[in-house]
Design a protein around this ligand. Sequence first.
Ligand SMILES: [Zn+2]
Length: 588
Amino acid sequence: MGQIVVARFPDGWLSELYSRNDIVDVVSAHTSLTERSGRFWGLCPFHKEKTPSFSVSRDKQVYYCFGCKQGGNVVNFVMKAENVSFGEAIEILSRRAGMELPDKIDDKEYMLLKRKKQQIKDLNKLAARYYHETLFSPQGRKAFEYLKNRGIDEPVMKRFGLGYAPDGWDSVLELARSKGVPDETIRESGLVLVKNNNMYDAFRGRVMFPIFSPLGEVVAFGGRVLGDGTPKYLNTKETLVFNKRRNLYGIDLIRRMAKVKSAVLVEGYMDVVSLCAHGVKAAVASLGTALTKEQAALLKRYTSEVFVAYDGDEAGEIATMKAIETLSAAGFRVRVIRFGDGLDPDEFVKTRGLKGFAQLVKNAPDSISYKLEVKKKEFDVSTADGKERYAIAAAKIIEGIESPIIKERYIKKLAEETGFSPGSISGEAQKKGAQKNSNANNRYNRIEKTDDGTESLLLAFLLGSPAYAQSVSGMVSEEDFSFGPHKNIFSALLGSVKKGIQPTYAELISELGAEEDVNEAARLSGLQVVAEDPGAFLKDCAAKLKKERLMRRRLELAKLLQTASGAERSKLLAEISELDKEFIKLRV
Ligand SMILES: [Zn+2]
């Protein structure tokens, strides 16, 4: 989630946005929720789990996961679930609620950034159109032939908006300038490089693959060189609108298909285009880097099963192992497609077609079987010793499986394969499993078992009933809290109240800047504090906080006293005696 930029919207606009986007409805689109003891519970969309520890409060419009210890309001949720910035989350929610975004948001920095991003996207669109037209012009003949030869016909070129960047130094630069795009924007778009203060086209003599955001905006380009130049593939560098860790090539097409049953994950954009040309429509590529957590989270929005189809060479095998880990952690069912003979998906479909590919999909091993196969290659299983060592290593892989039924299936398979008894393999594979299970107790009741102190209870009460905050302001100050996030939450609450606003729980969270403050406020939403006599409760809390603060200071002083001497020592002793007097007063 990172730091949150709190933009200043017109009075009441954000409140309206919150009230029109019920967090239970918004979250329900990502995970199914069941109501239980006043809260809604479901499997966390952000970490892998078997029993629900993710909870949503409809009263407070707040979510909190007891597993990953993160939470927030509906905007925080959308930021995380959709992998977007604060501003984008606001846009998504305003669209969802059918609300117009205010034209003028009273935050210069935010508006400036927003405008800059839009300018870069507009320029990218202009460039994409230019590259695309050039591909179909005499200038793009060679690139057009190249694509044709790879089995990519015109409809597919159009579907992906493919293009050609001519082999000049200033084609796009001049185009942008002729349209009045400021040099600063051109520079920040990544379409040009700068040397000795001179700008020149970054992409020259390349087949161009526009990279789209899920919403279909051109955020960057990938270019493949025609012929033998280097680098073979070139991507737009990081810009205000492009972070390659957070984008997947082809994700916009998957989004347009709505929910797809499964997607194919490949290494490069040529693989995505080529698969599509041969009838495999749902494919994405992870832009040159190993698949990231963010990319997995992005893909999770549209599908829950992935076929990893990386190249059949050694590097591809290593990347596959990593992708399996990342995808499994994100909660995907993972299967692996192997092309063999060092082929890549593009080469494979060109020679074997959709039929051949469908056969591979049908026979694709799941992630465990794949890991076992790869592991097996490390040993010479024709010898007794090799077989034994393979069985032990394989049992370690099986140990990680959570479901006992699935585990049993692999134990049987491994027993058949190695000749060891299922009993001894199961013994190897249970070692760690047993420990794991004892920790995985049902977390439904976590909410009642809490050892939260006065600070938490007081804040939880005030966040739920901000009307009392005013009366507390005379009794309690920020310094009375010992925990950083508590200080910040309290001061944000007081800040609002002093301005005459009684924020809802969700609104108060939007006032907090740091992620740990947001998480703590969300966690506090799980504490049910019912005070029959609020006045007495608050007075009691205030006294306890004062006392705790004095005690903290007293301990500090005692520690300092151990090394102090002379005037310093007398000063400390004087303060201690003052403190002791205050203690006595508090007891009365
Ligand atoms: Zn979680």
